[in-house]
Write a protein that binds this ligand. Structure first.
Ligand SMILES: Nc1ncnc2c1ncn2[C@@H]1O[C@H](COP(=O)(O)OP(=O)(O)OP(=O)(O)O)[C@@H](O)[C@H]1O
Length: 606
């Protein structure tokens, strides 16, 4: 198939897919709009035709008897072509906004669904992904206008074609000349819209930075430091510099589009004027009737607006096409970065781990590391026996959280394997594996939901009954936090909405722990679960942890040796390698890295 045919085919398929996306939820609305569109777009064609009929009949003196009745009927028809658009305009506007609202919903659902399919962090932690996401979100605005732009362009096409046919009846040459004048307009608008689209893509990074400046000075994130260090002005300056640079590009684009509109708009206007001279000349020579001149004059007015409107609409449709392509590229590309087992061959996740988890010669480098493929883990070999808790300790940046990320399949190892009950982790069904994993993470989420919901979202399989939520809260020491809230479990935990309250760091951590312990997980990951807890809370959690983790396989990452001590086994990670492994007493007796770290921490309290 030739390339041009392939391109045309893919463009048609793209628009069909766009139409399916935005019309799928309200096909009836689309049909009503289409019928209305057909009726209204033919009115500007009927108008000059009816005028020509009236003028010709009056010129022939058809003013008595039945012929007068026909003239009157034609005149009423003409009047209706003026009145109907005014009557139908509000109906169309209301239908347009309905279509628009449904389209916004459809596009948002598509983006949300794509986000949900990103089952790991491989794409999410790439800076380019955030540019793509920003572009997809701004494309969503354009795509949601797809329905309105499509019907505008279709309506204008019908009107302009009808008017050209009408003019062709008077002079095919004038009609052909008018049709040709649209071409430079279309080409120029197409180029302009492409440029506009590219500018928007280029500006996604500065736009994200500008958005960050605005959010930082107006949101609660970093609010204290922004104020204490007086960073408001600093971020304002930064914003202004970014804005000035972005605006200069937009202004250049706007000036160019002004020039294009002025030049391209002249061409049809000159042709229409020349056409009038020609038609009048023909009428003077007795080759056309006065009615024909009236038809032309009326058609010219409609055509001038129609040709301009059509160029604008087709240009907009072209840009919508670019945005559709961008949006679909983003949503189609939203697939997991980790390897998935072939369909039907995935192993079911075990309800309880039988043998254990093994890290076999695991090495890992972040694919997005700006410093190059620097290995964060280098040949990690370790066994996490089933039904036991393994603690991982080490200096900042040693690779502890990275190890957890591999265990929870946020990434796949660069080389080596993580095995569960002797089988590679990658051979298991990912969703099922996630369903039997739980835990609390270092950067745990603070959902703007109620206290109860903040815990209940830990089990999305319908098992989060109020009793289980309460039980998990008690186990994590979060029950006292909840009972101090004005509406208990129904209290919204956010200052964003009325009636909401915020919690302290430690209180949030208790809630996150309750959430992490809610589901009956086979594998529990606890990444710094006590970092924000007071001594008493830590001790109580320590007491319940053993009971909570009974029968489960746990991994605990912590800098607090008081927490680490409860583990059955401790791994000491240094520069991405396990340098020591054993029980607390055993490692102390060894007198190595663990003993030094423990002594340093314990010594501070003596
Ligand atoms: N998404 C990422 N992309 C690139 N490099 C990363 C990413 N996350 C972490 N790193 C790097 O990997 C190394 C190990 O980080 P990791 O978070 O695993 O350390 P850690 O042992 O958990 O540290 P800490 O005790 O401070 O929490 C660090 O040098 C860090 O800069």
């Amino acid at each position: 198939m030739p390339r041009s045919t392939r391109n045309a085919r893919s463009t048609v398929l793209l628009y069909v897919r766009g139409a399916r996306l935005v019309f799928a939820h309200r096909p009836s609305l689309a049909v009503v709009t289409l019928v209305l569109l057909g009726a209204t777009s033919l009115l500007p064609v009927l108008q000059p035709w009816l005028l020509g009929q009236v003028v010709d009949r009056l010129g022939r003196g058809d003013v008595d008897g039945g012929r007068a009745g026909t003239v009157a009927l034609l005149a009423v028809g003409y009047a209706l072509t003026l009145v109907l658009p005014a009557l139908l305009m509000p109906v169309r506007q209301s239908l347009d906004s309905s279509l628009d609202a449904h389209a916004v919903g459809a596009v948002d659902r598509n983006v949300l669904d794509a986000g949900g399919r990103l089952a790991d962090l491989t794409r999410l932690e790439r800076p380019a992904f955030h540019d793509e996401a920003q572009q997809a979100v701004s494309s969503a605005g354009w795509v949601s206008r797809f329905a309105v732009f499509t019907q505008q362009a279709a309506g204008q096409c019908v009107t302009v074609l009808g008017l050209l046919l009408l003019v062709a009846g008077l002079s095919p040459w004038v009609a052909a000349a008018l049709a040709v004048t649209v071409v430079p307009h279309l080409v120029a608008y197409r180029r302009m819209h492409r440029r506009q689209f590219e500018t928007m893509a280029d500006q996604s990074r500065p736009a994200r930075e500008m958005d960050y400046c605005v959010r930082l000075t107006t949101s609660a994130d970093g609010a204290k430091e922004v104020r204490v260090f007086g960073l408001g002005g600093w971020f304002l300056d930064r914003y202004q510099r970014l804005f000035a640079r972005a605006y200069a590009e937009v202004r250049a684009l706007r000036l160019r589009s002004l020039l294009v509109s002025a030049v391209c708009g002249l061409l049809p206007a000159v042709t229409l004027g020349g056409g009038f001279w020609y038609v009048a000349y023909q009428a003077g020579a007795g080759l056309l009737t006065v009615g024909a001149v009236a038809v032309y004059v009326n058609a010219v007015v409609q055509l001038e607006a129609g040709l301009f409107g059509l160029s604008v609409s087709l240009g907009l449709m072209f840009e919508v096409g670019l945005h559709l392509r961008q949006l679909f590229a983003f949503t189609d590309g939203a697939s997991p970065g980790v390897a998935l087992p072939p369909a039907g061959a995935a192993l079911p996740a075990p309800a309880r781990i039988r043998q254990g988890v093994e890290f076999a010669d695991v090495a890992f480098a972040y694919p997005n590391d700006p410093a190059g493929s620097r290995p964060v883990l280098r040949g990690v070999n370790a066994v996490l026996p089933a039904g036991t808790v393994t603690a991982v300790v080490g200096d900042n940046g040693a690779g502890k959280t990275t190890l957890v990320k591999l265990l929870t399949r946020m990434y796949d190892p660069t080389t080596g394997q993580v095995r569960l009950d002797g089988r590679p982790l990658a051979a298991y069904d990912l969703t099922a594996l996630r369903a039997v994993s739980g835990g609390v993470f270092q950067d745990f989420a603070r959902f703007a939901l109620t206290a109860g919901e903040n815990i209940a979202v830990g089990a999305d399989d319908g098992t989060a009954t109020p009793e289980r939520v309460r039980h998990a809260a008690r186990a994590a020491g979060a029950d006292a936090v909840v009972s101090s809230l004005p509406d208990g479990y129904d209290t919204p935990l956010t200052r964003r909405f009325d009636g909401g309250v915020d919690l302290s760091g430690g209180q949030w951590q208790k809630l996150a722990t309750a959430r992490g312990l809610l589901r009956d997980a086979a594998l529990v990951v606890l990444d710094e679960p006590t970092a924000a807890l007071d001594v008493d809370a830590e001790r109580r959690l320590f007491d319940t942890f053993r009971a909570l983790l009974a029968g489960r396989t746990g991994v605990l990452v912590s800098h607090r040796f008081s927490t680490v001590r409860m583990a059955d086994q401790i791994l000491v990670l240094e520069n991405g390698v396990v340098v020591e492994a054993g029980g607390h007493a055993e490692l102390l007796a060894l007198g190595g890295r663990y003993a030094t770290m423990f002594e340093m921490q314990a010594g501070r309290y003596r």
